[in-house]
Ligand binder design. Structure first.
Ligand code: SF4
Length: 228
């Protein structure tokens, strides 16, 4: 037991070393936003696509990062989607994380999570922004450590903002609004993103923007306007 814990601390193939030889694109893939289980067929397809010489790495955002030759990117994306894999959009857009809803046993918030995904994921924002939805107060997928964390309980969400996900000042977000109803959460987030896009500086991360503006009236107005 444990004999391989440190046998290969420096990987042979990384995204950086591959790109010295040729042009590679990195894809972030997963079995879905909620589902965290890969099938053998999906793993076989990933292995086939990456081959002996490519790079596969897991990330802190529940994705596998794989290197693919840039000129074959579109064709490979199609193959990955054909085996049911999800490919995250890159860049300054809204990305979504979610818990696994106890592997499908606590699905009360799944439908609204999917609705929020359809509305927000891929929406252009000042800087990449992660929305993390957790299906109960246990919040075991760390919703409060992402830009906007939603914690579901009894037909409503507690909304956390301002988390600093990494660095020496890393910290959890603070509770921004309590019990925003399922009916209101989409409009609530829409307004939050509108404020961010309207008043943030170019490329300003959400947590920095929130820290700089948290005393502004627009945040107080947002809280009040969506109280039930
Ligand atoms: S946050 Fe709650 S619903 Fe989601 S996986 Fe954890 S315990 Fe299950």
């Amino acid at each position: 037991m444990g004999r391989n814990a440190f046998t290969k601390n420096v990987p042979e193939h990384t995204f950086a070393t591959l790109n010295k030889e040729s042009s590679y694109t990195r894809l972030a893939i997963s079995p879905g936003v909620i589902n965290k289980h890969y099938t053998p067929a999906q793993l076989q397809k990933i292995a086939e696509i990456v081959g002996e010489d490519g790079a596969i790495k897991y990330s802190a955002s529940y994705y596998l990062l794989i290197s693919v030759p840039t000129e074959k990117r579109l064709e490979i994306c199609q193959q990955l989607e054909d085996v049911g894999l999800y490919i995250a959009q890159q860049g300054a857009v809204v990305d979504m994380k979610a818990c696994d809803f106890c592997d499908g046993e606590k699905m009360e918030a799944a439908a609204i999570t999917e609705a929020l995904y359809k509305t927000f994921v891929g929406q252009a924002v000042r800087n990449r922004l992660r929305l993390n939805v957790n299906g109960c107060a246990s919040a075991c997928y760390n919703a409060m450590y992402d830009d906007i964390g939603l914690v579901y309980q009894q037909d409503s969400f507690d909304v956390y903002v301002g988390a600093i996900p990494m660095g020496r000042h890393a910290q959890a977000g603070k509770l921004f609004a309590k019990n925003v109803s399922v009916e209101n959460i989409e409009a609530f987030l829409q307004e939050m993103l509108h404020i961010y896009n309207e008043f943030a500086r170019e490329n300003e991360p959400f947590h920095r923007f929130f820290k700089r503006t948290k005393a502004e009236a627009f945040w107080a107005n947002l809280r009040v306007s969506h109280m039930d």
